[in-house]
Design a protein around this ligand. Structure first.
Ligand code: ATP
Length: 328
């Protein structure tokens, strides 16, 4: 392998996601495998600007593959959005002799890396770490599979209460721009309705559909609502509307919030993280830069950062139909 790169930095940036530690571990160990020094960069771009680096070897990442969060900590950095801030970051990397970095984060983190690469011709590679699965160029993002499993487990529990008390539950899940989580956990948890940003069902059709479910003999209903859903101003407004327009149900709301982002990564996410870390480091070693690593048809592949950032991740329309049929 062509080796012009001698020291690689790795950082986690933006919101944390399960599997980030497994990806750090993979980057560090792949560097060790190829005799490249590896530096952990603490607190995302904030730590890059502060020169908050630590040399890591294969043993520095023991016992973390099963841990949620990120041992390197994550942050959002306003200063990195400025040319001056990025210049300081570049000077810090140069001072430490770091030749390239791998950033594990979302599309904001990739935009930052892309600008940095353009300004300083600095080799960069991205690993998509976000539970929303809202990044173009990969069928999965790191943490998404774990989040699905976490949410399904919770919905199963909510269902126990809903059916014991004849209740209708609105369960709000993450997904500001895309409804991947809502759609999948909705089907897996047997939801009566799934409300996602991509579709505006309308309040009246929602009530009509809930009435139909009740009439067909259902003793409980669960409506999964993605946080970016456009029908109501909030999940609480939906509850009020249904409360006022439908009899026979005690209506409750459950906002799952940050618990969806934590916890040990699933088997899928651990393997996925390990594969992506190897690909990120080996791509840098072979002279590639400015790409996001991701998965397409179960293969680990690269997508140019500009495409990953500009493109829009789309929901699988087939799932909408499956959900309609299942909730009869
Ligand atoms: P999440 O999906 O959790 O929101 P993200 O990576 O999209 O993750 P952001 O807060 O958008 O999270 O971005 C993380 C960091 O990337 C920002 O705090 C900033 O330092 C850097 N960044 C984002 N956009 C830019 C930009 N246009 N120019 C320079 N840096 C940027």
């Amino acid at each position: 392998m062509l080796q012009t790169i001698k020291k690689i930095g790795v950082l986690t940036s933006g919101g944390d996601a399960p599997g980030m530690n497994a990806a750090i571990r993979s980057v560090v160990r792949t560097c060790a495998f190829h005799d490249i020094k590896c530096y952990g960069i603490y607190r995302g771009y904030e730590g890059m600007i502060d020169g908050d680096f630590i040399e890591m070897d294969a043993r520095s990442v023991k016992g973390i593959i099963n841990k949620g969060g990120t041992i390197l900590k994550s942050a959002r950095s306003k200063e990195f959005r400025t040319k001056e801030g990025r210049q300081i970051a570049y000077d810090q990397l140069k001072k430490a002799g770091i030749d390239a970095f791998v950033v594990i984060g979302g599309d904001g983190s990739f935009t930052g890396a892309m600008i940095f690469n353009k300004e300083f011709n600095f080799p960069v590679m991205g690993i998509p770490g976000t539970i929303d699965n809202d990044i173009f160029g990969t069928t999965h993002t790191l943490g998404y599979d774990t989040a699905l499993n976490t949410v399904v487990e919770v919905i199963d529990k909510i269902r126990d209460t809903a059916s014991s008390h004849n209740r209708l539950f609105f369960v709000e899940v993450m997904g500001r721009d895309v409804g991947h989580i809502a759609l999948n956990v909705g089907i897996a948890g047997g939801a009566e309705e799934i409300l996602i940003p991509e579709e505006d069902l309308g309040l009246d059709r929602l009530v009509e559909s809930l009435r139909r479910s009740k009439k067909s003999g259902k003793s409980s209903s669960i409506v999964v609502v993605a946080e970016g859903d456009k029908i109501g101003k909030s999940v609480f407004e939906l509850k009020d509307y249904v409360d006022q327009n439908m009899e026979g149900y005690d209506v409750r709301v459950s906002v799952l919030g940050h618990m969806q982002r934590g916890g040990p990564p699933s088997c899928f996410d651990r393997v996925f993280a390990s594969r992506m870390g190897v690909k990120a480091v080996e791509s840098l070693i072979t002279g590639k830069s400015n790409y996001m690593v991701g998965m397409k048809n179960d293969l680990i592949e690269l997508t140019p950062f500009d495409q990953a950032v500009k493109g829009k991740s789309k929901i699988n329309k087939e799932l909408l139909r499956v959900s309609d049929i299942m909730s009869i």
